[in-house]
Design a protein around this ligand. Structure first.
Ligand code: SAM
Length: 276
């Protein structure tokens, strides 16, 4: 079957009109209309024939089509109840496509994706951070995450210590992945146009080099960044840690209690977490 390309303005408008759809702001719907961007995402995800891909929010199937054409087995989770009927037509004839209607934050990913898989998505911006942290913090067999996010979020993901963008989200992501921005995407590549520039970010998931309990590490990092302007000592106490325990841990880790969370490297956070 010959599939007409969805990733352009006229095809997208035609599909929206045919199904009487209007992009939902509440669901973060900004549909891609730029085939070069779809190709760029597929390339950044290094898709080869037979790769298992989880797509979050397939929309009308624009990016999905690019992934399927590259030979991926795509499992897509879409919250909008109106879209399964649309996808049944726009992606008709692709055999390696499976759709789950539901909320990505609620589906049982362990059951849905039992084998090694990549995540590829043009994320709904209202829950980007929550989705990324869920994917990172759960023990899932994810090897790579390639996502479109707001440029500002991308900058937080790749930030270095002592910068304004460096925070709990930076540490959570960099703890588990090598992160880079593949390319930026202007508002004109979508309808409706978002108000901000977007970026495609590539996270290569790897074993963390630090021997530390991940749950406790996350707790310490969140507590440390809880009150950004306070010292590390006060932030940790403010988050419920005992003063003596914090003082001792900081001393064992060789970290000045008066420092602020945003000055700590990943290695220092790990040292701190194992010093409790
Ligand atoms: N992939 C399409 C594209 O690139 O044109 C659509 C991307 S659009 C930015 C985000 C998609 O995520 C929408 O289709 C929206 O309905 C869906 N979505 C929003 N919240 C979701 C959730 N909690 N779980 C799954 N999908 C969600």
């Amino acid at each position: 079957m010959l599939h007409p390309k969805i990733a352009n303005l006229s095809a997208t408008r035609h599909i929206l009109k045919t199904f009487n759809l209007r992009a939902s702001k509440r669901l973060g719907q900004n549909f891609l209309i730029d085939s070069a961007v779809v190709d760029g995402i597929v390339e950044a995800a290094e898709i080869s024939e037979g790769d298992n891909v989880l797509e979050i929010g397939p929309g009308i199937g624009t990016l999905t089509q690019g992934l399927l054409e590259a030979g991926a087995n795509v499992t897509a989770v879409e919250l909008d109840k109106k879209l399964p009927a649309v996808l049944a037509q726009t992606l008709e004839g692709y055999e390696n496509f499976k759709l789950v209607q539901g909320d990505i934050l609620k589906v049982d990913l362990e059951e849905l994706m039992p084998q090694n898989f990549k995540v590829v998505a043009n994320l709904p911006y209202y829950i980007t951070t929550q989705i990324l942290l869920t994917l990172m913090e759960r023990k899932l067999p994810v090897t790579k995450i390639v996502t479109m996010v707001q440029k500002e979020v991308a900058e937080r993901m790749i930030a270095a210590p002592n910068s304004k963008a460096y925070g709990a989200m930076t540490v959570a992501v960099q703890f588990r992945a090598d992160v880079r921005i593949a390319f930026d995407v202007p508002p004109e590549s979508f309808i409706p146009r978002p108000e901000v520039t977007s970026s495609v970010v590539v996270c290569d998931i790897r074993e963390t080099p630090f021997k530390v309990d991940e749950t406790f590490f996350t707790k310490v990092v969140r507590a440390a960044f809880g009150q950004r302007r306070k010292t590390l000592l006060n932030s940790l106490i403010g988050a419920g840690f005992q003063r003596e325990a914090v003082t001792k841990a900081l001393e064992v880790a060789g970290i000045e209690p008066a420092r602020r969370a945003e000055t700590l490297t990943l290695e220092e956070f790990s040292r701190l977490a194992i010093s409790f």
